[in-house]
Design a protein around this ligand. Structure first.
Ligand code: FA5
Ligand code: MG
Length: 433
């Protein structure tokens, strides 16, 4: 398994899994426009927010396919259903933070929240975190927009400022998050993150905060995977933290990224604490971890699609009282053969001579048609016709079911559907070959 198996990961589309790192701006500049901070708090009435999601006709900016809407409306969330592995891992992390919370100079431990609606404002998801206007994560090729004000959150960091404003100083916040992303074993358009934030006294130094953050998360990794687990820190960049780090854990022969974290930018903390005008530099750390990635490592779950399975051969392997020390590993109930199909097309250019196709346009169609039968999509060929200067791309789709054998006929039908969907939905972007 790899966090970047698709070839379109590697060059021009290098930002997969690094949504908040890439972007053509000066990462370390202090050129922060504090006007970005609005005083409005996002609506919290879930019913009203859900109405937004299903409003018809959809706003012209709406790029959310029905299979995503359906899951966004799903209740309860997977991590709220016992004994789903996401439920178990969330509980295990909360247990750890109960202990850590008592160790710090605070009479209040970490508060854990897990039912904030996944629909948030652009302000909460981006502006409140100082994510620049030209940042790639704001692109509709990466993020699911409802209209020009609301979107499906692409990370739980969207709630940092909101929760600080509510008065929380040490908290965990779990939620479903949404990204137009790769199709492979460790990426899924809906996954679950847990955010953690801890605010320090004014006299804490950046170094103290960073040391506490690293010790806390190393402790968490040991708590989850045992003292022998192989972990490493990688320097990273996020617009909302400085310094920033990612933690990787060795799993299945490769380093798998499990979380991003860092010392929060003081402007953001000040805004959250309502101290925007003061000269103080309040310090806090924050992290955002991927629950699926941690559960995959802990239980040796080989494919992220399994979390959505309703097959009892999956469910019956988990229980509230099972060992959580890494000894209880998931038994793959069977390996069914994959079926490979290729699709090739020319990338059209618009009136400004620019290609408008993005691989995520294709991936959404594949997910919409094949659902969880789509295991992997990767670009296998690419060339430019010197006469027409048009680029051709060929994608290989791996179809495989987690719980049964697929017939040739059904895959042929899916592939035929996909081709006609490409012809209709992407008519102005590509031309099938
Ligand atoms: C973030 O989302 C930042 N908000 C994390 C953060 C929070 C940094 C607070 C600093 C302070 P990133 O895009 O790297 O960062 O995602 C965080 C984690 O989510 C990843 O490490 C990975 O575990 C998980 N993840 C990301 N994309 C996917 C995906 N498509 N499928 C499953 N898990 C994913
Ligand atoms: Mg990352």
């Amino acid at each position: 398994m790899s966090t970047s198996t698709s070839s379109f990961n590697q060059q021009q589309y290098q930002f997969r899994d690094y949504t908040f790192i890439a972007g053509g701006f000066d990462s370390r500049s202090n050129n922060v426009d504090t006007r970005l901070f609005s005083t409005a708090t996002p609506p919290t009435d879930n019913a009203a927010l859900k109405e937004l999601l299903t409003a018809t006709p959809a706003h012209p900016n709406n790029n959310i396919p029905p299979h995503i809407t359906e899951r966004a409306l799903m209740e309860p969330k997977l991590y709220q259903i016992s004994p789903h592995p996401l439920y178990l891992i969330k509980k295990r992390i909360e247990d750890y933070f109960k202990v850590v919370g008592h160790n710090v100079n605070s009479d209040e431990g970490f508060v854990s929240m897990d039912s904030m609606a996944p629909i948030v404002t652009l302000e909460a998801n981006f502006d409140s975190l100082l994510i620049p206007q030209d940042h790639v994560s704001r692109s509709p090729s990466d993020t699911y927009y409802i209209n020009d004000e609301y979107l499906l959150r692409c990370h739980t960091s969207a709630h940092q400022v909101q929760l600080l404003k509510q008065g929380h100083r040490q908290f965990l916040c779990t939620g479903d998050v949404y990204r137009r992303d790769d199709i492979d074993r460790s990426h899924y358009p809906i996954f679950h993150q847990m955010e953690g934030v801890k605010v320090f006294d004014e006299d804490a130094t950046e170094e103290q905060v960073l040391d506490d953050l690293k010790a806390t998360l190393e402790g968490l990794a040991k708590h989850l995977f045992g003292a022998e687990a192989e972990c490493r820190w990688v320097e990273e960049y996020f617009p909302f933290t400085d310094p920033s780090l990612e933690l990787e854990v060795f799993f299945d022969g490769e380093w798998l990224e499990v979380l991003g974290c860092g010392v929060m930018r003081p402007e953001i903390v000040k805004n959250g604490l309502g101290k925007g005008d003061s000269d103080t530099l309040p310090r806090a750390w924050a992290f955002g971890l991927g629950l699926e990635r941690l559960a995959m490592i802990l239980f040796q779950i080989p494919d992220i699609r399994l979390f959505w399975s309703d097959d009892e051969r999956f469910w019956k392997q988990f229980s509230e009282d099972m060992a959580m020390d890494g000894s209880a590993t998931f038994q793959t109930y069977s390996k069914f053969p994959p079926v490979y199909k290729d699709v090739s097309f020319w990338l059209k250019k618009n009136e400004n001579d620019v290609v408008t196709f993005h691989p995520n346009d294709l991936l959404d169609l594949v997910r919409g048609i094949a659902g969880d039968l789509a295991e992997n999509v990767e670009m296998v060929d690419q060339f430019v016709n010197p006469k027409t200067t048009l680029e051709s791309q060929c994608y290989r789709i791996t179809y495989r079911s987690m719980d049964r054998s697929l017939t040739n006929e059904e895959i042929d039908e899916l592939q035929e559907n996909l081709r006609s969907k490409i012809e209709s939905a992407l008519a102005d972007k590509v031309e099938l070959r």
